[in-house]
Ligand binder design. Structure first.
Ligand code: M6R
Length: 610
């Protein structure tokens, strides 16, 4: 987490850095800061709070110069305070640096520096790096940073400037992403390509262990041993739906919810060839010849992407008869998975930078397993480190609560199932055709639901003051229950639990009383009658039931307190529809509670630390 950006060139550095930093605010927003070099002097502004506050400070006290670094923070070590905000400096104010990552041996380094007489002023792990660089700084900032990073354990992406070596920004990467942007008589660095896409399409993605610098007309990258590496400049053109503007919507989350029909429609057009109805997945070295020989899949992901993975399990088991496990990446990375050569590891990640998911990929590769990733962010670390990648094509998602990326991940899994099922001979052409035809209805159905939010709004009005919620679902919609609960808790701070409805009587039913709203996802599917029984159990304990039901279902309306209808669809595709009212519900409840929808407290969009 945390966002880093750096610039060297002729433009007004503070304005340029702020614009790029704002594109990174999703990575953290506890505090923000900037440092520039101007006429041999180091200028620093930093402040607790969002980038907007830093902007106001810079209006009153601008920073001049043609070289600078900036940071938006998600606190790991030390509270979010102005003091703990980046950039950090050493004792002599000769060095300033910004950091993303965690230094695991910082306590030991701190003790050592204190003994040597350094004065450390903050509670952060980052400050020790500034002092280490200062300690080794003679003339060359590059050499000082090379020496400093040799002492670090943990993860880091660094951008460092110094008055002693004033014509460059030194950069280093280990287990935290860092990208160099190449311009004409100017160069850039950022933790994420999206911060630079408005400035350049030419990018060098740094690899773990590399250290280097950007100067106005020069870029140098060295490997771990200090040998120059051949720089691979990639052209990153990411002109997809969903830029960093709200386009008239009050929040990014609302905009992203409303983008879903267009994303689904575009992806279907892109992935299904007209006439032949063949499904295409580019960018994957896991070939059509290879797919049928895979007999086991381990899906690993976090949060909302993990929920998409759970839907994937039901799909792969039903249609591909594939042994499929789904694991949280934070657990998978420390397991000792029993694997065979015919196992495929799938990683699902919107950001493509989630540290645990990346570690899971590295674990899989260390035991020679193929990794196929489902990512939203083009050229992200996960996409680059995997053997194959399927892009979700949802465009950049800014709201911390994932919405459009989730439905785009689901759609990709639906398409992959049909594609793979056909290759394996498990799905006939006719079945595949029927499924594709059903998928084509989804954008219209989602539009319908977005156009009529009356019931969702009524439920939000009725229950926004509740302190607890339960979400229940079965089979394909058990993950929907988990996702509905996650959306509500992360943006409205209401305690919410998602359960497999059949588990209720094994404990959670004890929570139900007349104050407990229970959201039951109960479309007309193979487990509908089981859900009806669960609803009766809740009603018998006086719980308030909000049902997500199939349009026209009169039976359910008689039983429950509120019904939100979704259009009828094949059972396996219902999660993509059932989640829409839950996204809207979470949004409207959060608004009524006055919560910060796009940037909920304590969270960040991209979780690049463990
Ligand atoms: O970028 P990723 O998909 O790897 O992120 C995983 C989770 O951090 C993410 O889904 C998180 O749970 C969202 N805030 C949920 O809305």
């Amino acid at each position: 987490m945390c966002g880093i950006v750096g610039y060297i060139g002729d433009k007004a550095v503070d304005t340029l850095l702020i614009v790029s930093l704002e594109r990174l605010e999703y990575r953290g927003y506890d505090s923000a800061g900037m440092a520039t070099l101007n006429g041999g002097k180091l200028g620093i502004r930093k402040q607790v709070g969002k980038i907007q506050i830093l902007k106001e400070i810079l209006k009153k006290k601008p920073l001049e110069g043609q070289l600078g670094i900036a940071h938006t923070r998600w606190a790991t070590h030390g509270e979010p305070t102005t003091e703990n905000a980046h950039p950090h400096t050493g004792c002599k104010n000769e060095v300033a640096l910004v950091h993303n990552g965690i230094i695991e041996n910082y306590a030991e380094l701190r003790d050592e520096l204190l003994k040597e007489g350094h004065i450390l002023r903050t509670d952060t792990d980052t400050e020790v790096i500034a002092h280490l660089v200062e300690k080794h700084l003679n003339k060359s900032l590059l050499v000082a940073v090379q020496k400093a990073v040799k002492r670090l354990e943990g993860s880091y992406a660094l951008a460092v400037i110094s008055i002693k070596d004033p014509d460059k920004i030194v950069v280093a990467r280990y287990r935290s992403p860092l990208v160099i942007g190449i311009g004409k008589n100017e160069n850039f660095v950022a933790s994420d390509a999206s911060a630079l896409l408005h400035l350049t399409s030419n990018m060098i993605f740094m690899e773990d262990g590399q250290v280097g610098f950007i100067a106005k007309r020069r870029v140098k990258v060295l490997d771990r041993e200090g040998r120059p590496v051949e720089k691979k400049v990639k052209i990153v053109k990411w002109h997809l739906l969903g830029g960093p503007q709200k386009d008239g919507y009050r929040h990014f989350m609302l905009k992203e919810i409303h983008e879903q029909p267009a994303i689904i429609r575009n992806t279907l057009q892109r992935r299904i060839s007209q006439g032949t109805e063949r499904i295409y997945f580019e960018h994957t070295s896991i070939t059509e010849e290879k797919l049928p020989s895979i007999s086991r899949v381990i899906i690993q992901a976090c949060g909302t992407s993990w929920h998409a993975g759970l839907v994937g399990k039901y799909l792969f088991e039903k249609y591909l008869r594939l042994h499929t496990e789904v694991d949280l990446s934070s657990e998978f990375r420390y397991r000792m998975p029993v694997v065979r050569g015919d196992t495929l590891v799938m990683a699902i990640s919107q950001s493509g930078e989630t540290a645990d998911t990346l570690a899971g990929i590295r674990l899989a590769k260390s035991v020679f397993l193929d990794v196929l990733s489902l990512c939203n962010t083009i050229e992200s670390t996960i996409a680059r480190e995997s053997d194959g990648v399927i892009y979700a094509f949802a465009g950049s998602e800014i709201g911390v609560a994932s919405t459009k990326a989730y439905t785009a991940e689901l759609l990709a899994l639906f398409l992959l199932t049909i594609h793979w099922g056909t290759l394996k001979g498990m799905l006939s052409k006719e079945e595949a055709h029927e499924m594709v035809e059903e998928l084509k209805k989804i954008p219209y159905y989602v539009e319908e639901m977005l156009d009529n939010q009356k019931e969702v709004l009524e439920c939000a009005e009725r229950y926004y003051q509740s302190s607890n919620f339960l979400f229940l679902g079965r089979r394909f919609n058990y993950p929907t229950a988990l996702e509905g609960a996650l959306k509500l808790k992360e943006i409205s701070y209401i305690h919410a639990e998602g359960y497999a409805a059949g588990e209720m009587k094994h404990g959670p039913l004890a929570l139900v009383d007349e104050k407990m709203p229970v959201v039951c996802i109960a479309p007309k599917d193979s487990v509908y009658q089981k859900m009806i029984s669960n609803i009766r159990e809740v009603k018998a304990r006086k719980g308030k039931v909000i049902a997500i039901a199939t349009r026209g279902d009169e039976e359910i309306t008689k039983l429950v307190d509120h019904t939100i209808f979704i259009p009828p669809i094949r059972e396996e595709f219902s999660p993509i529809l059932a989640v829409i009212p839950l996204q809207l519900f979470a949004y409207h409840v959060a608004i009524k509670r006055g919560c910060h929808v796009d940037q909920p407290r304590n969270l960040a969009k991209s979780v690049t630390v463990e």
